[in-house]
Design a protein around this ligand. Structure first.
Ligand code: HEC
Ligand code: HEC
Length: 406
């Protein structure tokens, strides 16, 4: 007689076990210090940022002009390359190569262009202090697009769509502007376009928010390996000390023991060369082309001083979408995330700056810990919020008609 009731009970119990197993997962215990650090890596996405030094930052016409310039090989002196030749949308906005390939082999890795509106310095050595200034470098670099201000202005003047978009964005034809001003305006449009390259919410962001809200049903969706990796990232690994905040970078420079020699006796000066460039270029926030009348943004550049320790320091990269941007480091010498984690695990302290932060110590991670940290790094990926439109045919421009915000 107890048959049916027993069956129901068995079903219930099985159902409950089933539920626990389906959720599959557990949420590790994180102590208060860990929770605070995890909290500091969000929220995401950040509020949109307007660049006060660029008057067309966020302007839909400028974004459209920048998009066309980005894919325009005729911007280079001989029609051979555009920004998209090296910063390829399909390969994480980099080129997948150890070091970039211009007219000759370049000495630095091509970085991705994700979330750059929020950066403080640009380039591995921080040779530029704004996204528009950084966008001038490849146009003029002899080993890259090798153009001149005259070439850029002539290209915009002669191409009907570019010329129309320029006039709409800046209120007068490019011919009415000086050549340097025309070049800077092109770069400001390129910057406005790159500012739209914001990545979306990742499984880490969902976990962070659920953990803080005490929502264990959502938190347990995050793989337990990634949770263990996160524990290492904020704890024993001390990675958060440099890769901190929602962007996973302090926006500054460091030395993590990657050699800065390339070729026979040639040294990459890193941040040292970057500061030298900042101090001499007219294209900086302290120069005549910044649109920030308050001069507030110029302060960081005016206050920077050259120090010996800047030799061989490189920008701490953001780790959002890091799984999409192999190979790694300023010289592209580490092919995989596994290799990066093993580098930190076995770091040679003798190679680090003597006066550098004494943060890095060999971590001697086990095989499982290495895999956990890699699983965590992989959980920082998400597609762009606004996918890049590579279609150049549909564009229309008539002076007077204002494009809608995309
Ligand atoms: C020949 C390959 C090549 C081309 C073409 C190229 N880049 Fe780059 N880009 C690089 C390399 C290499 C670096 C790193 C340079 C450095 O550290 O000084 C870089 C760095 C950058 C950065 C700095 C990113 C950061 O994280 O700080 C931005 C922004 C950028 N490029 C935008 C552009 C734009 C815009 C164009 C087109 C006008 C362009 N690039 C064309 C190879 C290229
Ligand atoms: C002392 C500051 C510091 C600490 C601590 C630190 N990093 Fe870095 N990280 C950097 C700098 C600086 C670079 C770039 C170095 C270079 O290119 O020469 C970098 C590069 C990376 C890269 C390559 C990203 C790319 O796009 O090329 C990854 C991945 C990374 N770090 C992960 C970690 C992890 C994981 C930890 C903890 C085990 C960690 N970092 C600890 C400063 C730091």
């Amino acid at each position: 007689m107890s048959g049916p009731r027993q069956a129901v009970l068995v079903l219930l119990v099985c159902g409950m076990i089933g539920q626990v197993e389906a959720a599959g997962a557990e949420v590790l215990a994180f102590d208060e210090a860990e929770r605070q650090l995890i909290e500091s890596h969000g929220p995401w996405p950040p509020a949109p940022r307007h660049d006060p030094s660029n008057r067309v930052s966020g302007n839909p016409d400028a974004i459209e002009l920048g998009r066309h310039l980005y894919f325009d090989a005729e911007l280079s002196i001989d029609g051979s390359m555009s920004c998209a030749t090296c910063h390829i949308p399909k390969t994480g906005l980099g080129d997948g190569l150890a070091t970039g390939k211009g007219r000759e082999q370049l000495s630095r890795n091509t970085p991705h262009l994700f979330n750059l509106a929020y950066s403080r310095w640009y380039g591995w050595g921080g040779g530029a202090d704004s996204l528009w200034a950084q966008s001038i470098r490849p146009i003029m670099a002899p080993l890259e697009m090798a153009a001149t201000p005259t070439h850029v202005v002539t290209r915009i003047k002669d191409q009907p769509l570019l010329s129309c978009l320029y006039q709409k964005t800046f209120g007068s034809p490019v011919a009415g502007h000086g050549e340097q001003e025309g070049l800077v305006n092109a770069a400001k449009s390129l910057a406005a376009f790159q500012e739209t390259m914001v990545t979306g919410r990742t499984s880490f962001d969902a976990f962070r928010d659920a953990l803080l809200a005490g929502d264990s049903n959502s938190a347990d969706q995050y793989p337990v390996e990634a949770q263990r990796g996160l524990k290492l990232f904020v704890g024993k690994g001390q990675c958060s000390l440099c890769h901190f905040g929602p962007q996973f970078t302090n926006g500054e420079f460091g030395d993590v023991g990657i050699p800065h020699f390339h070729g026979k006796g040639v040294v990459d000066k890193g941040r040292y060369g970057g500061i030298q460039n900042l101090q001499k270029t007219p294209y900086s926030l302290a120069g005549p082309f910044s649109d920030d009348g308050t001069e507030k943004t110029a302060r960081k550049t005016r206050h920077v001083t050259l120090q010996d320790r800047n030799w061989g320091e490189f920008k701490t990269p953001s780790l959002r979408n890091v799984a999409e941007t192999a190979p790694y480091m300023h010289n592209g010498s580490l092919p995989t995330l596994d290799a990066v984690v093993r580098h930190y695990s076995e770091i040679d302290e003798a190679r680090l700056h003597v006066d550098g932060e004494k943060i890095l110590k060999p971590l001697h991670l086990s095989v499982q810990e290495t895999g956990d940290l890699v699983a965590f790094l992989k959980s920082l990926s998400a597609p762009l919020v606004q996918p890049i439109n590579e279609d150049m045919t549909a564009a229309e421009c008539s002076p007077g008609h204002t494009n809608q915000r995309p």
